[in-house]
Ligand binder design. Structure first.
Ligand code: ZN
Length: 159
């Protein structure tokens, strides 16, 4: 289990505790989705609603797509989940663990990679300072195209 993050939900009890702490009823659909996102967060993966749907189909408690969208919207409204809408127009979801990170998005695939870079942070601080500002935070989206031959979908792709 990951430690030290303000919002984690790696285990069954963590997901329930997280919802209770936010005064959210721990419904089956909320627990299912928070646990699934927590499992993906451990691998720094972002998932679409359709991926969540497909993954839950394999469990004993599958959820309908409408329920998944509704649950994600509720979790997003309460700051549990973060929705990222990248240029290709598909939303991906991740657990909102308050970790500042940037995203690298493949333009011709669905791979979304996370990265952090102290040099970029320092440079952005300098740029803000030069304009007379204190730098607060940034979330960059970097669009990339793979130069590797396309065979299997990269990490984060559908299985
Ligand atoms: Zn992310």
């Amino acid at each position: 289990m990951k430690q030290g993050l303000p919002v984690t939900a790696a285990g069954a009890d963590s997901a329930r505790e997280l919802l209770v702490r936010l005064h959210l009823k721990a419904t089956v659909s909320r627990l299912q989705i928070v646990r699934l996102l927590a499992a993906h967060a451990g691998k720094m993966e972002h998932v679409t609603a359709e991926q969540i749907y497909r993954e839950l189909q394999a469990t004993q408690m599958p959820l309908g797509l409408a329920t998944i969208y509704r649950t994600l919207a509720t979790l997003e409204a309460h700051g549990v989940v973060k929705r990222q809408l990248f240029a290709r127009g598909h939303s991906v979801f991740e657990l909102n663990d308050r970790r500042v990170h940037h995203h690298m998005v493949e333009t011709d695939g669905r791979a979304v990679l996370e990265f952090c870079d102290a040099q970029i942070e320092r440079r952005l601080q300098q740029l803000a300072a030069a304009q007379g500002y204190d730098y607060i935070v940034s979330e960059l989206v970097v669009y990339v195209k793979s130069h590797l031959p396309r065979s299997e979908p990269a990490a984060g792709g559908a299985t």
